[in-house]
Structures are given as structure tokens and as C-alpha cells.
Design a protein around this ligand. Structure first.
Ligand code: NAD
Length: 419
């Protein structure tokens, strides 16, 4: 059935956060949205960006929300999205939120309730599922080409020199300096969930501890661990492994084993290519045992190939705009956003408990939500109180004098003069 379109005029959108937020500002026009306002507390950068884009600027989020716009994109701090989303929904705006959707289980409960109450569109801006090889794997999976999902892997490994990391994490208590290694998990988990249409129900978390022999860590202000491995039991009994963090070997890889074949993006050469493998003794006559090819995006191939994160940045804005126009929830709705985000939180609980399994509660159900509404477990330095977890499996880590000296220099060079 054709989708019903309720609006044809451009969707007026405002963006919060002039770091990552810039990619949404740039993608707006290509997806039928009109950027009308931007908001950031870092006034100098805000004004410069506002001038370049010729849009209104706001340092105050409440004033920004009072503006004449239909939708808000949240690219503010990683651990503050849920309260910002709830405020925007209550102000009658559609919301697209960067990763993570929520920083505690209690925030997840409040967010799910707020989306339902508002009747507005909420989209979780996970862009990795929309990379070309992931969209192609979803297409093949839906056609039954590898059978039923049995085991999957998602990998997001992203090391950088200390100067690059410091430039991204200005200020001692910037979120990138204290979120536990399991928390930034959605880039590796989301593609597997998206391709196979499954959700995790249980998680075991493991971390590779802070490495005192690695200068990319010892010259950084980060107080958490090197990387995390998250093992999930999915709702169809399949198993997924997610790996993310700052190990050497930069790359994003996804692999899906079905009971009829396996598919994965290539680890060598052009990594956007897909490899599909069938066992010679059971494959269809028309299928080769092994196929390696460069897939196209299902729609808007030209536009998508010109945007960041392998086209993912185009498709999040595209699906957000489509959801607003049609009134149909996007695939990456609030519940999937919460599932993906709280897996990292529950994995941290697990890692701190010798990797024992933890449930991933399903916040589609109010009876489940009630049990978690007051859960504010977090290592956020601003939420310190008895019972809150550490940022590292090793306990409290204090950056040394060399790290602090380098941090002061890198931060001052980019105009940040705080602590
Ligand atoms: N999907 C992706 O590929 C991808 C890539 C990078 C970042 N991200 C996500 O995007 C978000 C932002 O990332 P970033 O690297 O730009 O982080 P950042 O911490 O550098 O930037 C956040 C911005 O929000 C602003 N901000 C903070 N509080 C505010 C407030 N109360 N009102 C207005 N502005 C406020 C900050 O001044 C800053 O400019 C994070 O959640 C991150 O996880 C996603």
C-alpha cells in the first residue's frame, strides 16, 4: 500500500551540537528538510557556524525549542540525550537523537513513555546499519538467502593518536573521558539487529582493561578501558558478538551466519564489498560457492555515496524525514534505540560482575518499565553517589602529568580553556 504523505513543505529542523551536529546540518537539504536554527553552549563555535550557514543561533536550549520548527536533531553530549529528547517531545517537536538514546535504564523508561505520550516521531540516529553492505545484507536476509540467523558479529574498532583523541574530548569530565568501554556499543550492535530483525534479551560483557603500556591511552585523559566485547543472546536464540573500542586495527565489520550460508563485508581491499559463501554440498546450482561484489544502495545511491559514514549519514536524515511525512515510525524507533543503548549499560553491569549474564529489559511493555523507572546507575561524575559504578574495570584511573600537560596544550589550541 502506498504511504500516505501528510506534509509536502520542507520540514523545518533545528540541530543541537555543532560538533557531530554539522553532518546533520549539511544533510538537511538533501533530504527535504530546511535547517532553521542551531544550538550550542560553546558560543564562539556556534556563532561561526550560524554565520556560515545563515541560520538562527541559540545558546539556550529552552529558547531554541521555543522557535518555529517541526523537528529537532540532538547531537549534544552522549549521556544527555534522553532529557533533551523528552523536553523537545513535550514541546511538540519530532526528535532524531544521536547515540546513545539514554544513559540509564530509568532514562530509557522515561523516554519510551514520553514518545508514546507525544505522538511525535522519534528516530534513533544510528547510521552504521545504513552503510551499503549492511543494507545489502538486510535485503539478502529478507529474501532468505542465508537462512535463519544463528550467529552474528559487529565490529567497530577505532584507535587514534592521543592528540586526536584529546581534541575530541575537551575537559577532564568530557563524556569521552569517562564512559565505560561497553557504552559506545550501538555502531557494532545496530547493524546485526537491523539485518536480522532481532533484539538482544541477555548480555555478557567483557572488557580489555586500560593498557598502561599504550601511549594512545596513557597520554589521553580517558579513565576507562581499552575495548569491550559484548556477547548477546538474541530473541530468536541466535548469539551475537560485538567488539568496539580502541584496539589497533581500525575498521567496521559485520558478519551474519545463517543456517544456509554466511555473509560479511570484506576485510581486505574495498571494505564496502560483500562476500557471500554457501557450502558446496548444499548450495543451489545457480549460486557460486563464493561471491564477492560491490553492492549499490537500494535508493538514492548517488546522494548517499557523497555523505559521511559510508552513506549512513544520508539515510538517517532520509528515514527521519520520511517518518515525519508519512506518520509511520521509522525502523530505528525509540524501542530499538533503547534496546541498543541499554545493552551497553547492562554489559557494564555484567563486566563488573565477572561477566555474569544480565537481562535486557524490553521497554515496549509498561509492566517491565515500572521495575526500572528509578534506575539511575551511572559513572557520570555529575551523578556521584553511593552505589554508582567506576569507569574502569581497574577502578579509579588518574591520568598522569604528561597526559595533563598534552591535554592543556591540545585543548587550548582549539580554544577550550576549561579544566
Ligand atoms: N553516529 C556517528 O557516526 C557519530 C559520530 C560522532 C559522534 N556521534 C554522537 O554525536 C554526539 C555528539 O558527538 P560529538 O563528537 O559532537 O560530541 P561533543 O561532546 O564534542 O559535542 C557535543 C556538543 O554539544 C554541545 N552541548 C552540550 N551541552 C549542550 C547544551 N546544554 N545545549 C546546547 N549544546 C550543548 C557541546 O558544546 C558540543 O559542541 C554524541 O552523542 C556522539 O555519540 C555519533
Amino acid at each position: 500500500m502506498a504511504k500516505k504523505r501528510t506534509k509536502q513543505r520542507p520540514i523545518r529542523v533545528g540541530v543541537v551540537g555543532v560538533g557531530r551536529g554539522r553532518s546533520f546540518m549539511q544533510a538537511a537539504a538533501a533530504t527535504g528538510m530546511e535547517l532553521v536554527a542551531i544550538c550550542d553552549i560553546w558560543e564562539e563555535r556556534l556563532i561561526a557556524e550560524g554565520k556560515a550557514l545563515n541560520v538562527s543561533t541559540f545558546v539556550d536550549y529552552d529558547e531554541f525549542l521555543g522557535g518555529d520548527m517541526d523537528a529537532v536533531v540532538l547531537a549534544n553530549y552522549f549521556h544527555q540525550h534522553a532529557p533533551f529528547a523528552i523536553k523537545a517531545l513535550n514541546a511538540g517537536k519530532h526528535v532524531m537523537s544521536e547515540t546513545a538514546a539514554c544513559h540509564t535504564l530509568g532514562e530509557g523508561v522515561a523516554l519510551a513513555r514520553a514518545v508514546e505520550k507525544s505522538g511525535k516521531t522519534y528516530m534513533f540516529a544510528e547510521n552504521y546499519p545504513y552503510m551499503v553492505f549492511n543494507q545489502e545484507m538486510k535485503r539478502l536476509y529478507q529474501q532468505g538467502r542465508v537462512g535463519d540467523f544463528k550467529y552474528g558479529e559487529g565490529e567497530y574498532v577505532h584507535p587514534d593518536p592521543p592528540e586526536v583523541k584529546l581534541a575530541r574530548s575537551y575537559g577532564r569530565d568530557h563524556w569521552r573521558n569517562w564512559i565505560p568501554a561497553t557504552y559506545y556499543c550501538t555502531h557494532s550492535i545496530a547493524p546485526v539487529m537491523y539485518i536480522t530483525d532481532t533484539r538482544p534479551v541477555k548480555v555478557n560483557g567483557f572488557v580489555i582493561p586500560f593498557d598502561f603500556a599504550d601511549p594512545t591511552q596513557t597520554l589521553h585523559m580517558n579513565r576507562s578501558d581499552t575495548a569491550a566485547v559484548i556477547i548477546c543472546r538474541m530473541d530468536n536464540d541466535a548469539v551475537m558478538k560485538s567488539l568496539h573500542g580502541a584496539l589497533r586495527g581500525h575498521g567496521n565489520y559485520v558478519r551474519i551466519h545463517g543456517n544456509k550460508g554466511v555473509m560479511e563485508n570484506c576485510r581486505h581491499g574495498d571494505k564496502q564489498r560483500l562476500r557471500v559463501w554457501y557450502e558446496p554440498w548444499e548450495k543451489r546450482k545457480s549460486d557460486p560457492v563464493e561471491t564477492v561484489y560491490s553492492p549499490n544502495f537500494p535508493v538514492h545511491h548517488g546522494l548517499a555515496t557523497r555523505t559521511g559514514h559510508g552513506g549512513g549519514d544520508f539515510f538517517t536524515s532520509y528515514h527521519f524525514a520520511e517518518a515525519i511525512r508519512t506518520g509511520e515510525p521509522p525502523y530505528l524507533d525509540v524501542y530499538r534505540g533503547i534496546d541498543m543503548s541499554i545493552t551497553g549499560i547492562q554489559a557494564w553491569r555484567s563486566a563488573l560482575n565477572d561477566s555474569a549474564p544480565m537481562e535486557i529489559p524490553d521497554f515496549r511493555r509498561e509492566s517491565v518499565r515500572k521495575k526500572h523507572a528509578k534506575d539511575d546507575w551511572s559513572p557520570d561524575p555529575e551523578r556521584k553517589k553511593k552505589g554508582q559504578p567506576p569507569s574502569s574495570i581497574l577502578g579509579a584511573i588518574e591520568p598522569d602529568a604528561a597526559a595533563k600537560k598534552l591535554a592543556s596544550k591540545v585543548w587550548a589550541d582549539q580554544g577550550y580553556l576549561g579544566d
